[in-house]
Unconditional design. Structure first.
Length: 335
């Protein structure tokens, strides 16, 4: 397999969250040529996960099929491959497939691959996959960690905050009630909340990611909504209570998604890091003891210049091969 060409093929299949069916089929076909037993398992209608096994998998490598918008086709130069998903996470997927190919060539079986939908939005694929595990003892999840083993990840609390008002002609604002004014005040109060911190994971952070509302400049707006994401370092119960308390009756607060922070183990010989993003790992508890590592930098993921270094891709293949061997050796040593 040409690792770089395969990465570009994956990038050039648009797979923004919700539109993963084509890339799932393409990936499944590739894995069948490697002798895998492959299943396409729908997490939601027309959104299949890809599960591929060789024997009875002790170790499974996993990442996600979906990307954030907008679609950006691939390109490359001597050092890097560019495009949407280059590092998050189609380059990772390609490196994991190549690693399995090399393991098989060495006669090492009882391994698997799991590629899921929806990681960028609601973890739908991981949640579905967790209902149908394959008995693996270890899971190596791929996200851009610059080929360092992540020993901790922050979690996520995603909220919708929606305010309601009453329409009126903007020349007579006293006849209406502005939902946008309410939402602005609610968000101002929200930003005043003292957020928790953790010695290992660092501070909780917040991003007001989207704002929408109103109908026209000359209409008092009757609705407005914001999407807010916290990167949490502990369970979200107290934080959610604080948000609801400060927002009060200005708006309705809805919890869309909560992913708990995770602490992970290290492995001899691998440099470690702590990452601020969340992963599918908390939703894949039935797939074995988790490890998190992948090529690429999260700092260029989700940007117009998303890219992955070719040298880092090749290094990732070697790391994945060695991780699988180490974990399988650990299993053998334990009997």
């Amino acid at each position: 397999m040409d690792l770089f060409a395969f990465t570009r093929q994956l990038i050039d299949i648009e797979s923004i969250s919700g539109n993963e069916k084509r890339i799932a089929g393409f990936t499944a076909d590739r894995l069948r040529t490697m002798g895998a037993e492959v299943s396409l398992e729908e997490a939601e209608p027309e959104r299949p996960n890809v599960v591929a096994v060789w024997g009875n998998p002790e170790v499974v490598l996993s990442t996600h099929l979906d990307t954030v918008p907008p679609f950006i086709s691939s390109s490359e130069d001597t050092e890097c491959i560019y495009g949407r998903g280059a590092c998050d996470a189609k380059g990772i997927l390609a490196a994991q497939v190549e690693a399995v190919s090399r393991l098989l060539a060495e006669g090492i079986g009882d391994i698997g691959l799991l590629f899921v939908v929806g990681e960028e939005r609601n973890n739908a694929g991981a949640l579905a996959a967790n209902r149908s595990p394959r008995g693996s003892r270890y899971l190596i999840n791929g996200e851009p960690t610059e080929n360092r083993l992540a020993v901790g990840t922050k979690g996520v609390l995603r909220l919708e905050i929606e305010a309601s008002g009453r329409m009126a002609h903007s020349a007579y604002p006293e006849l209406g009630e502005s939902a946008i004014d309410k939402l602005i005040e609610a968000l101002y109060r929200l930003r005043g909340i003292t957020l928790p911190s953790d010695e290992t994971l660092g501070p909780t952070t917040v991003n007001i990611g989207t704002l929408r509302g109103g109908r026209a400049p000359n209409v008092i707006p009757d609705s407005a909504m914001a999407e807010v994401m916290y990167r949490i370092v502990k369970g979200a119960g107290k934080l959610l209570e604080d948000v609801q308390r400060v927002v009060g009756d200005l708006a309705v607060v809805r919890k869309v998604l909560e992913i708990l922070p995770v602490r992970l183990g290290a492995m001899t010989g691998l440099e470690t890091t702590v990452v601020s993003f969340a992963t599918d790992i908390p939703s894949l508890t039935n797939w074995g003891e988790p490890y998190l590592l992948g090529p690429g930098s999260i700092h260029v993921a989700h940007t117009e210049k998303e890219r992955i270094a070719k040298a880092e891709l090749m290094q990732a293949v070697e790391i994945y091969v060695n991780m699988v061997k180490t974990l399988k050796g650990r299993r053998s040593a334990q009997g």
